[in-house]
Design a protein around this ligand. Structure first.
Ligand code: UDP
Length: 247
């Protein structure tokens, strides 16, 4: 793939990619067979990374960072970058399953509560006949379970490992284990397995098109209010950073 343009959002690099370009970059990484980390970055995590250099380093050393969430797209545009679209984790998930079926890649699902990934797997195999799901493990494991899980994933040898532990837990997990796993692509997908399994509803298309998915999520999961309270602070930091770039 050609050299990608990169945005700097509060010190985090974000690739100016569309969903199709992200899929193509991931395909190249699978061909290269070197462990790669894909992050779909939203405003909450970019805000956390502003104050947490370890998280910022993980983001900046990932092979692909997509603009997940209208907050990042808005911030990028404010700062003068030409983001074409939002690349949401769940959309990338579905597109990669489609590509996996075409390319005969194996996928592994790690994360969510016991039983959820199994439900998601049966929905995915119904939607993408021929999709090879080579393993599943829930996300409520103890540190001492890790060697066995790493061994199990290694044996299953997926091309893509979807890690649904929530952000940024999944980002730290991938950073810690990706070299031991020797899986070409690890991608953090947050609560996607809950949505695919049907436990949580995604906003209707018209709400997504109005860029109000965050509001829908807040209304259906009021406990997220604490997390979303950082959004006005994120906006403040972006406006400050825009002002600094001008002077
Ligand atoms: N989760 C997990 N293990 C944990 C903590 C969370 O598997 O130790 C799962 C949880 O069951 C849920 C997902 O991680 O499926 C987090 O979903 P959320 O919507 O909060 O993630 P986000 O998309 O906001 O990162």
């Amino acid at each position: 793939m050609a050299q990608r343009e990169i945005a700097d959002i509060l010190g985090c690099r974000v690739d100016l990619v569309t969903t199709a370009e992200a899929v193509s970059a991931i395909k190249d990484l699978i061909d290269k067979q070197q462990p790669a980390h894909i992050i779909t970055l939203n405003a909450e995590i970019a805000y956390q990374a502003y104050y947490n250099s370890e998280l910022k380093n993980i983001i900046n050393s990932a092979e692909v960072v997509t603009p997940d969430g209208i907050g990042i797209v808005w911030a990028g545009r404010e700062l003068g970058y030409k983001f074409q679209e939002r690349v949401a984790g769940i959309d990338l998930f579905y597109r990669l399953c489609q590509e996996a079926t075409r390319e005969d890649w194996k996928i592994y699902l790690l994360g969510s509560a016991p039983g959820v990934a199994e439900k998601a797997a049966s929905k995915l195999t119904a939607a993408y006949p021929g999709l090879k799901i080579c393993g599943i493990h829930h996300g409520y494991f103890k540190d001492e379970d890790m060697p066995a899980i790493v061994q199990e994933i290694g044996k299953a040898a997926p091309h893509i490992l979807f890690v649904a532990l929530g952000a940024p837990k999944q980002e730290f997990w991938i950073k810690n284990y990706k070299d031991q796993l020797s899986v070409p692509v690890c991608i953090g997908v947050g609560g996607s397995l809950d949505v695919i399994a049907g436990l949580k509803q995604r906003a209707p298309d018209w709400i997504i098109k109005l860029n109000l998915e965050w509001l829908y999520r807040l209304a259906s999961e009021p406990s997220r209010i604490q997390r979303q309270l950082v959004l006005p602070k994120f906006v403040g930091l972006i406006l400050k950073s825009k002002h600094k770039r001008r002077i």
